[in-house]
Design a binder for this molecule. Structure first.
Ligand code: SF4
Ligand code: SF4
Length: 91
């Protein structure tokens, strides 16, 4: 199993969330990410998250490139609190 600083990756809630209402289907995010996190849904003509735990923890690059601002990530404060708790649990 993949881990991040000793924490199983699947325990870490860091991955993009795509707002399908906002997504224009431009594919920028799908083409950009080399980790297989995102895929293009041909039927809906929108991007969707395929493998959330392939996302690099704390990467948010695809979100910065999305012209529709349709991609979001966990809020920093809440995410840091989760990581502190997990580091304590898995150390
Ligand atoms: S970059 Fe944004 S608008 Fe383009 S496919 Fe991805 S989520 Fe949709
Ligand atoms: S945040 Fe980074 S690793 Fe995660 S899906 Fe976007 S580009 Fe890929």
């Amino acid at each position: 199993m993949n881990d991040w600083r000793g924490i199983p990756r699947e325990k870490i809630p860091w991955f993009p969330t795509i707002d399908a209402e906002k997504c224009s289907g431009c594919r920028t995010c799908v083409d950009f990410c080399r980790n297989g996190v995102l895929e293009f849904d041909a039927e809906q003509q929108k991007a969707r998250v395929r493998a959330p735990f392939n996302c690099v923890v704390e990467c948010s690059t695809c979100g910065r490139f999305c012209p529709a601002e349709a991609i979001s990530f966990p809020a920093e404060k809440e995410f840091n609190a989760i990581i502190r708790r997990l580091l304590e649990e898995y150390r």
